[in-house]
Design a protein. Structure first.
Length: 181
């Protein structure tokens, strides 16, 4: 639980971590771990609710997010790139894409230059459904953003970008085997 403590130079109240976050080091690794887990849990809850409302699996949601957030510099998302990103087998990827297409969330489009290549696009009607569902999350995000100055937000953006970079590096590095026992 976040408690409001004072209104400072920012445009709104400033939050301090709840008592379960170590107060002796609010910017320490333990505090970040607790706060990131909480935020991740809440975002997962909202995502799971959307998935259930649409009859989708969580893997389908991960696929939709990957398609939505894909880097345009890489060109349109393909089933092969998506399979690698999600670390799925070919069969599981095909089943996922089939479910998403059948539910109207994505479109498969053959490439003009090579009809063997398939591009995956987020379908416009599905984008509207998602926008409506996630509007409260967007409004909450905007409310939280309004409590910070632009300079503070730039630090947050830099931190999140660095976290995403480090998490991407972890994905590329094989995990060590855990001892069984």
């Amino acid at each position: 639980m976040i408690e409001q403590t004072y209104t400072g130079r920012m445009s709104g109240p400033v939050s301090t971590p709840s008592p379960s976050v170590p107060q002796d080091d609010p910017t320490g690794l333990q505090s970040f771990a607790v706060l990131l887990r909480r935020m991740n849990g809440e975002l997962n809850r909202v995502t799971e609710e959307f998935a259930q409302s649409q009859g989708l699996h969580l893997t389908d949601m991960r696929a939709l997010i990957a398609i939505l957030d894909d880097d345009p510099a890489l060109g349109p998302m393909t089933p092969g790139r998506l399979r690698k990103h999600l670390n799925l087998t070919s069969g599981a990827m095909t089943a996922c894409v089939d479910r998403l297409e059948k539910a109207g969330h994505i479109r498969r489009v053959r490439a003009d230059g090579d009809r063997r290549v398939v591009h995956l696009h987020y379908a416009d009607p599905a984008r509207e459904v998602a926008r409506d569902f996630f509007r409260p999350l967007a409004l909450s995000t905007d409310t939280a953003r309004a409590r910070f100055t632009r300079d503070e937000l730039m630090v947050v953006v830099r931190f999140l970008a660095e976290m995403n970079h480090e998490l991407g590096r972890l994905r590329e590095t094989p995990a060590p085997s855990a001892p069984v026992g």
